[in-house]
Design a protein around this ligand. Structure first.
Ligand SMILES: *[C@@H]1O[C@H](CO)[C@@H](O)[C@H](O)[C@H]1NC(C)=O
Ligand SMILES: *[C@@H]1O[C@H](CO)[C@@H](O)[C@H](O)[C@H]1NC(C)=O
Ligand SMILES: *[C@@H]1O[C@H](CO)[C@@H](O)[C@H](O)[C@H]1NC(C)=O
Ligand SMILES: *[C@@H]1O[C@H](CO)[C@@H](O)[C@H](O)[C@H]1NC(C)=O
Ligand SMILES: *[C@@H]1O[C@H](CO)[C@@H](O)[C@H](O)[C@H]1NC(C)=O
Ligand SMILES: *[C@@H]1O[C@H](CO)[C@@H](O)[C@H](O)[C@H]1NC(C)=O
Ligand SMILES: *[C@@H]1O[C@H](CO)[C@@H](O)[C@H](O)[C@H]1NC(C)=O
Ligand SMILES: *[C@@H]1O[C@H](CO)[C@@H](O)[C@H](O)[C@H]1NC(C)=O
Ligand SMILES: *[C@@H]1O[C@H](CO)[C@@H](O)[C@H](O)[C@H]1NC(C)=O
Ligand SMILES: *[C@@H]1O[C@H](CO)[C@@H](O)[C@H](O)[C@H]1NC(C)=O
Ligand SMILES: *[C@@H]1O[C@H](CO)[C@@H](O)[C@H](O)[C@H]1NC(C)=O
Ligand SMILES: *[C@@H]1O[C@H](CO)[C@@H](O)[C@H](O)[C@H]1NC(C)=O
Length: 488
């Protein structure tokens, strides 16, 4: 990100002034000016004033809604020394804010310092504001992490049967949540979790860093999320979520399952202007797992990702799936840079998932120094007990345009199957420089679709070829030919 820290600081100073006393004064001033304005405007035209004029005019100039009352974590006994647990302070602060919900809610300011805490819940109408230099640190001892029932669309705790650890920052059935600040940090201290996981010392699935469930009207911006024990930011069955100007970091190796953002059964999501470099997928759009996801039946839809720079040496930049059993549709990914990663864009599923992936658009994507650029994989066989292998997902209407880059070993590997053919794929305006191979660089099987205009490397024979003007040049003779080489 390019914002300078002095920009952040001047924002901070402005914010500090908007305390409650000032707020009241400001509202009073707006009110007085409004009434004076009314008198001036309508005094001139007294003869034309009818009884509704005031209301019509008032609806234009009325004061904006109450701003959130501000609190400081230190007011609730917080100690930012990196050693004292602040769980009680966070809980008391959230409790105080929950009482102000009807009056516009409250903002909890977390000042610079290291604020160690066990997991805690947010409340509706709340802003969690992390000042420059503020770091919320997750307690490493898992005994402080509450266990929660499995997500209904997963049936399991994903890694283990039964319950799972909740998230460090958590919320359920909330409205109007803002997590923001001047680039303060939420740090999950994941290292101890990754080590315990690798040594099989955990009996339950690790918890995400931030998880909001069954909630709406969420804004997460201007913060850094770091070293989550598991998935980093997990909006679950939420609506209207904006994630903007967020940095998400975890080691690119040795930090298992530290996905950046996992919109899961969510609608109306915008993720923009983020830098994400983590130990698993940077973004993975999901909607539940096999029979549990099918039964829960909540799709992820209307999701826009734009202006993201991402890196994933273990998995992929932007993924859909592999858990997609409630369906994924209407996704737009634009202005994406994936660099020094294993894969760029990936759609992953398997027989047993059910659901669908459709109407997905990728445009203006830069693939820089990857093993595989674009991957669609239909045999991602990782299943809960009792899944139905006859539940076949459908994949259709996937379009790629403005795909450029360099140093990619295999720009395209689309691997459908007889059971799960991939339909209506289109490529337009693509040029991806190869790192060394000449063969097997545009691999396809059980794929139907189009290549339009200039495409490099040359598209596979499964696709119909059109010229720039959209005239058919050559119709594909077979969709099923296989040119898959996994030794890359
Ligand atoms: C926020 O902090 C992260 C981590 O220190 C840094 O990489 C990023 O550039 C910062 N963002 C801004 C806008 O200052
Ligand atoms: C919060 O309180 C601490 C300690 O009293 C103070 O240093 C800090 O400036 C306060 N922050 C805000 C945003 O009021
Ligand atoms: C949140 O604020 C809105 C509007 O200010 C209010 O209608 C609603 O009741 C509040 N919600 C809660 C849970 O306090
Ligand atoms: C957080 O909220 C969830 C859902 O309401 C609840 O089950 C859990 O006990 C709460 N956790 C804490 C620490 O209050
Ligand atoms: C896991 O379960 C075993 C056996 O019940 C127990 O000894 C161990 O302490 C548990 N570990 C954790 C991290 O809960
Ligand atoms: C979405 O959430 C934002 C932020 O809370 C809010 O301003 C906006 O009105 C919401 N949009 C809808 C359609 O509810
Ligand atoms: C995030 O920071 C940007 C740049 O300083 C600022 O324009 C924006 O208002 C901030 N967002 C919030 C919610 O504070
Ligand atoms: C993100 O930052 C940009 C520019 O710095 C700002 O215009 C935008 O409002 C910020 N987004 C949010 C949600 O704060
Ligand atoms: C899609 O989501 C955006 C928010 O990201 C919202 O503004 C828009 O209204 C939604 N579109 C539909 C068709 O619901
Ligand atoms: C794109 O996102 C980066 C942060 O990753 C930000 O610095 C830049 O201003 C954004 N560009 C636009 C055009 O919003
Ligand atoms: C996708 O978007 C289109 C147009 O906005 C809408 O008609 C369609 O219902 C959406 N599909 C889903 C599954 O939301
Ligand atoms: C596909 O999704 C886009 C938004 O991502 C929407 O505008 C369009 O109408 C959708 N088309 C169909 C056929 O659903």
């Amino acid at each position: 990100m390019v914002e300078t820290s002095s920009g952040w600081r001047s924002q901070l100073q402005q914010n500090n002034r908007s305390l409650m006393g000032l707020l009241t004064t400001r509202r009073a001033l707006v009110l007085v000016l409004s009434v004076v304005g009314f008198a001036l405007v309508f005094g001139w035209q007294a003869t034309t004033v009818d009884s509704t004029a005031f209301l019509r005019w008032w609806s234009v100039v009325r004061p904006e809604p109450l701003m959130r009352a501000e609190f400081n974590l230190t007011d609730f006994g917080g100690v930012g020394d990196g050693k004292t647990p602040n769980t009680g302070a966070f809980e008391r602060a959230v409790e105080a804010i929950s009482k102000l919900g009807e009056k516009g809610g409250g903002q909890l300011n977390v000042p610079a310092g290291l604020w160690l805490t066990a997991p805690f819940n947010l409340t509706s109408n709340m802003t969690l504001f992390l000042a420059e230099g503020a770091v919320i640190l997750g307690i490493e001892d898992e005994n402080y992490w509450q266990l929660m029932p499995p997500l209904p669309s997963y049936g399991y705790g994903r890694e283990h049967n039964g319950p799972r650890y909740g998230s460090l920052i958590h919320g359920q059935n909330l409205k109007n949540i803002i997590i923001t600040g001047h680039n303060g940090t939420i740090n999950g201290q994941g290292q101890s979790w990754w080590t315990k996981y690798k040594n099989k010392l955990l009996n339950y699935t690790r918890g995400p860093l931030v998880q909001l469930m069954w909630s709406k009207d969420i804004v997460i911006s201007n913060i850094t999320l770091r070293d989550s024990p598991f998935w980093t930011l997990h909006p679950y069955d939420c609506k209207n979520v904006t994630i903007s100007n967020v940095t998400i970091l975890a080691p690119v190796h040795g930090a298992p399952n530290t996905d950046g953002i996992d919109p899961d059964s969510c609608a109306d999501v915008l993720i923009e202007n983020c830098y994400i470099s983590v130990g698993d997928d940077a973004v993975a759009i999901k909607s539940g797992w096999d029979q549990y996801g099918i039964a829960y039946g909540r799709p992820s839809t209307n999701i826009t990702l734009r202006n993201l720079t991402v890196r994933s040496e273990v998995s992929a930049g932007i993924s859909i799936g592999s858990e997609m059993s409630g369906g994924v549709s209407n996704v737009t990914v634009e202005n994406l840079i994936v660099w020094k990663s294993r894969r760029g864009i990936r759609i992953k599923t398997a027989p047993g998932r059910g659901g669908y992936v459709r109407n997905i658009t990728y445009q203006n994507v830069t693939l820089d120094n990857l093993r595989v650029g674009i991957v669609i994989k239909t045999d991602y066989n990782e299943h809960p007990v009792g899944f139905n292998p006859k539940a076949l997902p459908t994949i259709e209407n996937i379009s790629f345009s403005g795909i450029h880059g360099q140093d990619v070993r295999v720009p395209v590997r689309i691997h459908g199957s007889e059971e799960i053919p991939i339909k209506d794929v289109s490529f337009r305006d693509m040029s991806v420089g190869l790192s060394y191979k000449k063969k097997h660089v545009f691999q396809c099987s059980f794929v139907e679709g189009r290549a339009i205009g200039s495409i490099f490397p040359a598209p596979c024979e499964n696709l119909d070829i059109y010229d720039e003007q959209g005239n058919l040049v050559k119709r594909s003779v077979s969709q099923n030919s296989t040119d898959i080489d996994y030794n890359i």
